[in-house]
Design a protein around this ligand. Structure first.
Ligand code: SF4
Length: 431
């Protein structure tokens, strides 16, 4: 049952999206129709999902299964078959970046190597390879193998350098493991090393957050991605939420932490590159989600295509079975109405916190006057400022967007993922 707050948020977001994107866009994911095939694509990015974890962090919403060596071969075989599936349909596209996430990709680097070799065979890879790493797996051997794979950008999921905060989120490694891992990655010649840090954890103070930022920078992080505790109902934290006293951090605390992070990063020469991320100037940006189009390989992975968004089955065995038998692994699809690609683009430029004003006319078409009116309001109330050809979100603007995304995640992603995790091939999901 929905709380009054959830009902209100859902009602507001439905009204807003209808007035912006228009009534033609249906907000429902359905099984792709018989005979559906993805349209040809010239350039795209590629996401590879590696769904294995040794230990499940209680707050984590991502698609994952307990690591077992016996699963690696069927996983690799299916991933290679899925690369073929896409190449046969969209054509030998240029791949402008590869993002490898999970799960824990560093648990399956042999599999990753074989899949990447196949991607190179079937597509034309021109962009960088980025990968997520786990502090417990980073050592000299891992670094060597990442270089062998031509990985350029790495991200380390530290979350906190303090034992007390690691315990709150159920991480089993000690801070010195994360510190050693970061120092090693930072001195190993990657183009950029990103560190994920969490804020607004239960009982975490602003001093804790600032100490984590300092430690990350001392150890050589090029980019810092900060995010608060999300509590999706289907994670153990969600269950825990109902049973015990852990609460989503309150607004005041999130705001105070966010302001402090923003100020700290600016004072230490980091520029904001997204709602959550700050990087040193001149270093390439590490990013998982802001690409304009991508195809997803692996259970639960999504693909952003010119005509819509599709989502693979979340169930590992169903995904392997589909691939082994030459069937499509896509479980759900939302087709885009004409105006949707433009609004999707704008949403992610807001996420970047910089909107290139000159590009709006070409991308938003007839909706340009509406968008420009809307941006003027955003500017007038102090959520953004004009900077040459860009409209840049201010710190309050970025915070409120962060909050809106939080609600977006809880109300849309949560609805979709809850259903997709409940059954391998859901019929339809209304968001
Ligand atoms: S946070 Fe990372 S390591 Fe933890 S369960 Fe999720 S995917 Fe696995």
């Amino acid at each position: 049952m929905k709380s009054p707050e959830q009902w209100l948020v859902r009602h507001i977001t439905r009204t807003v999206r209808r007035s912006l994107v228009g009534p033609e866009q249906r907000w429902v994911f359905e099984q792709p129709p018989q005979g559906w095939t993805p349209p040809p694509v010239n350039r795209t990015s590629l996401y590879l999902h590696v769904p294995f974890c040794r230990h499940f962090c209680p707050y984590c919403p991502y698609t994952k299964v307990p690591y077992r060596e016996a699963l690696l071969e069927p996983y690799t075989r299916a991933a290679i078959a899925e690369v073929d599936w896409w190449a046969d349909r969209i054509g030998p596209a240029e791949i402008t970046s590869i993002y490898i996430g999970g799960g824990t990709p560093t648990l399956a680097l042999d599999s990753v190597a074989r899949v990447l070799m196949h991607v190179r065979k079937r597509f034309h890879l021109t962009g960088d390879i980025c990968i997520e790493t786990n502090p417990a797996d980073v050592n000299d051997e891992t670094v060597k193998r990442l270089h062998d794979l031509d990985v350029a950008l790495v991200s380390l999921g530290v979350q906190s350098f303090q034992a007390r905060n690691l315990a709150v989120i159920g991480r089993t490694y000690q801070p010195d493991i994360a510190e050693r891992a970061l120092a090693l990655l930072a001195e190993s010649g990657f183009s950029s090393v990103n560190v994920d840090l969490m804020f607004a954890l239960p009982h975490q103070t602003a001093e804790d957050v600032s100490a984590d930022l300092c430690r990350a920078v001392q150890l050589g992080a090029d980019q810092i991605t900060t995010y608060p505790l999300f509590t999706f109902p289907y994670t153990s934290v969600g269950e825990y939420l109902r049973l015990k006293a852990v609460r989503m951090p309150n607004l005041h605390m999130r705001k105070a932490h966010y302001r402090m992070i923003n100020q700290w990063c600016t004072e230490h020469g980091f520029e904001r590159v997204s709602v959550w991320g700050f990087k040193r100037g001149g270093i390439p940006r590490y990013s998982s989600v802001t690409r304009d189009g991508y195809i997803g390989i692996g259970p639960g992975s999504g693909s952003h295509l010119p005509d819509g968004f599709v989502l693979n089955t979340f169930d590992l065995n169903s995904w392997i079975d589909a691939m082994d038998n030459g069937r499509m692994a896509i479980a759900l699809r939302i087709p885009f109405a004409d105006k949707m690609p433009g609004w999707w683009w704008l949403y992610w430029r807001f996420y970047d916190t910089r909107i290139p004003l000159g590009a709006i006319d070409g991308i938003l078409g007839h909706d340009t006057p509406k968008v420009r009116r809307w941006l003027r309001v955003v500017e007038k109330i102090g959520l953004a400022v004009r900077n040459d050809e860009y409209l840049e979100l201010t710190e309050p603007g970025a915070f409120w967007l962060h909050l809106a995304q939080n609600y977006f995640a809880l109300n849309y992603v949560n609805t979709l993922w809850t259903q997709a995790r409940r059954e391998p091939w859901p019929k339809e999901v209304f968001i």
